[in-house]
Design a protein around this ligand. Structure first.
Ligand code: AMP
Length: 215
């Protein structure tokens, strides 16, 4: 099964993708994670990507399509969860083409709906374990001991450079301008399912599971 998680920054796509990975053995394909890895590569391209991401703008279609194409060529596991890709109509068209080329199909697109007001709160308190990827939050989900990940014991807790209020507003603007049109695209392809991303994490996971059971 291959699915897309779509929603504004802070909707919970990464958290739910990780849960699907452990529950179903699927593979999370997060272009944001891939770009963050490329950014630290020290290349000139990595430096340009870092600047674009820090401003909260979108990286070019060509770069992210290339990253996904590379990963799809060697994909194993029970299916892919596209997290943060596609984000533009040309990316969606490229994904259709790449899926067809590799003999795969897209089963469902899950839109995680969240009110804009809660996104600022969610994003600005967020930090992540650099070792196991677990996501924490200053107010709603702090680690038991400050500076230590409850999940793996690592002290490598990190805040993203683009998780500031300014960058978030730009990321939201990009979402509404460039990504929201994909909802119409996937609705027209009869793939779109909507989930209330404001519910607690377990409820969201349950609703996603029952949605996927029906496709
Ligand atoms: P994310 O981790 O999904 O929130 O992505 C972080 C940042 O990476 C975004 O704000 C963009 O700058 C860049 N990015 C991630 N995925 C894409 C994509 N599919 N298209 C363009 N830029 C992307």
């Amino acid at each position: 099964m291959n699915i897309i998680l779509i929603g504004p920054p802070g909707a919970g796509k990464g958290t739910q993708a990780k849960r699907l990975v452990s529950a179903r053995g699927m593979v999370q394909l997060s272009t944001g994670d891939m770009l963050r890895a490329a950014r630290t590569s020290g290349t000139e391209m990595g430096q340009r990507v870092a600047e674009v991401m820090e401003r909260g703008e979108l990286v070019t279609d060509e770069i992210v399509i290339g990253l996904i194409e590379e990963r799809l060529d060697s994909l194993e596991g029970t299916g892919a969860i596209f997290d943060g890709f596609p984000r533009t109509l040309p990316q969606a068209a490229a994904l259709d083409r790449l899926m067809a080329k590799t003999g795969r199909s897209l089963d469902a697109v899950i839109e995680m709906q969240v009110d804009d007001e809660v996104l600022v709160e969610r994003i600005t308190g967020r930090y992540t374990c650099g070792d196991c990827g677990e996501v924490w939050h200053d107010r709603t989900r702090p680690t038991a001991q400050p500076g230590i990940c409850d999940a793996c014991g690592s002290t490598n807790l990190q805040r993203r450079a683009d998780d500031t209020e300014d960058a978030l507003r730009r990321r939201l603007m990009e979402y509404y301008k460039q990504t929201a049109p994909l909802l119409g695209y996937y609705f027209a392809h009869d793939k779109l399912h909507r989930v209330n991303g404001l519910a607690d994490m377990d409820t969201v996971s349950d609703v996603i599971a029952s949605t996927l059971a029906q496709v």
